[in-house]
Design a protein around this ligand. Structure first.
Ligand code: ATP
Ligand code: FE
Length: 335
């Protein structure tokens, strides 16, 4: 079964071809334009998607070595995400499926970050049900109990900022570029994680909060810079290591609690922040420390990509779960 998948929920235009759950191509066009604004500008994102979508889909089909007449279905991200961005992918998928007279399959972006683990990939095993999935990205931070491919329950989530925002906003305070997550990760490896201490937020149960941490970091930096104007430059690696260490501590604490409450020891992560090397390491350590079995997706399936949309499309195709032509994008779609 050949599936064409399209992802356009935020600032990456992506198209992928899958053959029976194997990825034949996965093209991602990232939008550089937002870097100079220090965050995604919705109107510009939508316009860039319109420019990228045709060439990106073409490239995906060409790289897979197939023709569009061989496709069995088209999967697309219906939500959640930015409305103007989602509309581009949704309209494109609808018209192409209509023209080719093949089924259309809507996909929830956050389910896709979780089900990316079911892409056929050498050296990567699929988590057995039930498992806990922690989705950590630029817009979300959730712990999800996954009982089946499409039976998911959010058991904890952030009450304010997402963890990716915690990385990006901290980076902004430090004068780093956008998105700052990858650079904080790189610098953290060179710094001392215990150089500076930031208090962890106190949030009951399995929910998260990151906005207080951001403010704590801001006040700390302002105070230090007042005493020593070159404080940031002199301590940048240590600051990054300390911020990352604090964030990882928050995530691992909640995972421990979720595992204890549910009795589930199979733990998967997904979303852009799961590219973080410190989180990957902390999770691996959890195998010895807490008896977990952990699952981390292949790097290219962690940030936004269409292959993860395609695997959900394939699983839905097998169930005959198709979408009507009158479907509309939904910016706040829930799991
Ligand atoms: P959502 O999936 O919630 O709609 P999104 O699509 O914007 O959000 P992703 O593309 O999944 O998010 O993730 C982007 C986020 O991941 C950014 O905040 C970025 O800083 C962060 N990120 C990427 N790589 C790393 C890394 N190595 N360490 C920490 N954060 C990272
Ligand atoms: Fe995402």
């Amino acid at each position: 079964i050949y599936i064409l998948a399209i992802e356009s929920s935020c600032d990456d235009t992506s198209a992928s071809i899958l053959l029976n759950g194997n990825v034949l191509s996965n093209i991602v066009a990232s939008q550089k334009i937002h870097e100079e604004y220090g965050g995604v500008v919705p109107e510009l994102a939508s316009r860039a998607h319109q420019q990228n979508i045709v060439p990106v889909v073409h490239q995906a089909i060409e790289k897979a070595g197939i023709t569009k007449n061989m496709l069995h279905a088209i999967a697309f991200t219906r939500g959640p995400g930015l409305m103007g961005s989602l509309l581009v992918g949704t309209s494109f998928a609808k018209s192409l499926a209509f023209g080719l007279k093949i089924p259309l399959i809507e996909v929830n972006h956050m389910q896709a970050h979780i089900l990316a683990h079911f892409i056929e990939e050498k050296g990567f095993s699929k988590p057995p049900f039930p498992f806990l999935a922690m989705t950590i990205s630029g817009g979300h931070t959730q712990i999800v109990k996954v009982s089946n491919h499409f039976e998911m329950e959010v058991i904890g989530e952030t009450i304010d900022d997402a963890v990716g925002e915690a990385f990006d906003k901290s980076g902004k305070i430090l004068g780093l570029g956008y998105p700052a997550g990858p650079e904080i990760d790189r610098r953290a490896k060179l710094g001392n994680p215990k150089a500076f201490a930031f208090t962890k937020p106190k949030v009951k149960g399995l929910n998260f909060s990151f906005s207080g941490l951001k403010t704590a970091i801001l006040y700390f930096i302002q105070k230090q810079v007042k005493e020593n104007p070159s404080f940031i430059a002199e301590n940048l690696n240590d600051i990054c290591a300390s911020i990352q260490y604090t964030i990882i501590g928050i995530l691992i604490d909640k995972l421990k609690l979720a595992s204890k409450q549910t009795g589930i020891k199979h733990i998967a992560i997904g979303g852009g922040v799961s590219a973080n090397s410190g989180i990957r390491e902390a999770l691996k350590n959890g195998e010895q420390k807490f008896g977990w079995t952990t699952y981390v997706p292949k790097f290219e399936y962690t940030t936004d990509n269409a292959a993860m949309i395609g695997i959900v499309g394939y699983l839905k195709y097998l169930e005959g779960n198709f979408t009507e032509q009158n479907v509309t994008a939904s910016s706040r779609l829930k799991i």
